[in-house]
Design a protein around this ligand. Sequence first.
Ligand code: AVI
Length: 311
Amino acid sequence: MSHQTEDRFLDDTLSGLQRDPKRLPCKYFYDQRGSQLFDSICQTDDYYLTRTETRVMQQYAKEMGECLGEQVMLVEFGSGSSIKTRDLLDHLHDPAAYVPVDISYEHLMKSAGEIANEYPQIEILPVCADFTGPFPLPESSQKPNHNAVYFPGSTIGNFQVGAAKRLLESIGRMCGKQGGLLIGVDLQKDRDVLEKAYNDEEGVTAEFNLNLLHRMQRELDASIDISAFEHHAFYNEQLGRIEIYLRSRVDQSIGLDGHEVDLVAGELIHTEYSHKYTIDGFATMAAEVGWTLRKVWTDPDAYFAVMHFVI
Ligand code: AVI
């Protein structure tokens, strides 16, 4: 990790722990270990999101390809291994380019190379960037008819509503005229199903959450008794979101960069929200920043939706 990134991690962690209530930004979940744990979460029986979205993509990719239209430049936010994208790339009509965007350079270049081998007819233009901030789109050699962003995984759910709206708005600006958005959104459902997904039986989500403390030990030399913390996740039905915390089992303190942060038994450190939407609720939010809903695909239980918007 570069010094600059390390400094930012330290600053964000310290200022988050000095707030009341305490919090840590969920973007720091994803170091190498955290990314591996997230991949394992996606394979647990309880975490239905990935499996359900993949099925929706497999079943309806042809229709989605038609909706995205001719000569699109498809920009994928948080492309990772571009697993769900292949179904889509198989059904695009004469695409101008595919632009995977990811913050992890190694991961991005590796999977962009694999995609380029598998799809020699499509121009692949990887961009290493944090998609939550503005970044310029690359020039493709074939002039696109229009741009469309593909934003799978219900990652939009990890943004608070104001930030989610601002991101949708900036996607609209980036796509420009006749822009498109194909976005995966986890839907509101039975509390039991939701709470199981974030408290999986194998304890992988708990490990993923606690990895944030391990990361603080590894990278920031923090002094923490990790065994005195536990994973805590529940569905806040009124606000339509899963809330995830690290809960201190005892009175204790964390030592970080010469500071002592005190916690009382039962105190919570907030680590993540995962918002769950209704189709109408999400469409209304997107409409407020200029997007018009064109089509929605879901699984038979209506657990997960893939929604197509135009601007
Ligand atoms: C990445 N994101 C959509 C996941 C989610 O479901 O909100 C992150 C996650 N956190 C715990 N489990 C999965």
